[in-house]
Design a protein around this ligand. Structure first.
Ligand code: SAH
Length: 207
């Protein structure tokens, strides 16, 4: 899987190393274990999916490109959409603290079970509505969303540190989604629209 990621253009050694360390098969049901290292999203229950490894790697690499991370390493990170906890485990190898928020209780608990044996002391699992961000951990050097909405919640931008970076899917018109990068600079927010992506929808409230 890591060789394929490198061949597909992921160049950041720390990202490749983190993805080589976290065993993806630990985050899927037994029946799907033999597909765990293929570049596909897989069902994790409640209509949600574990993201494709190439997308996890791409978004993580973008996050590491934040101005404040380039100087001092990645500090606190907020992930919206814990799902099964895979992306959080990858981030835990690269950031000082990882706050990850999930709105579906059953998945929040599943992630807790999957992550427990890994003993990642810097991962904080929160049950809540990530559309509001998570003010208690702010400001964040990086914010990453695994679910795509119609617009960017204002709280995400507010909770971003100066020099911090947000990476999130966003509705791009015509039912399409694009990957968006927002950098917080002294001159204001700088937005870049990248490639088309396919993420589950961002929804409000806890269920
Ligand atoms: N990060 C996961 C991917 C999970 S899929 C991985 O490593 O593979 C996206 C998740 O976002 C789903 O579990 C969905 O329930 C969750 N989600 C959607 N809207 C949300 C919101 N407002 N707050 C928190 N989680 C949300």
């Amino acid at each position: 899987m890591v060789q394929r990621l490198a061949a597909s253009g992921i160049t950041a050694a720390p990202v490749l190393q983190a993805m080589g360390t976290v065993e993806r098969h630990r985050f899927v049901d037994t029946a799907l274990v033999n597909q765990a290292y293929e570049d596909t999203s897989l069902p994790i229950g409640l209509g949600q999916t574990i993201s494709k490894p190439s997308v996890v790697a791409r978004m993580t690499e973008l996050l590491l490109g934040a101005e404040c991370a380039r100087a001092a390493g990645l500090g606190r990170v907020l992930e919206i959409g814990t799902g099964c906890g895979y992306q959080a485990a990858v981030l835990a190898r690269l950031a000082r603290e990882v706050y990850t928020i999930e709105r579906l209780r059953a998945l929040h608990e599943k992630a807790r079970d999957y992550l427990r044996p890994l003993r990642l002391a810097n991962v904080h699992l929160i049950l809540g509505d990530g559309m509001l961000g998570y003010a208690a951990g702010a400001p964040y050097a990086g914010i990453i969303s695994a679910a795509g909405g119609e617009s960017l919640p204002q709280q995400w931008c507010d909770q971003l540190a100066m020099g911090g970076r947000l990476v999130a899917p966003l509705a791009g018109g015509g039912g399409r989604q694009v990957l968006l990068v927002v950098d917080k600079t002294p001159q204001g927010l700088k937005q870049s629209v990248l490639e088309a992506v396919h993420f589950v929808p961002l929804k409000s409230g806890i269920a």
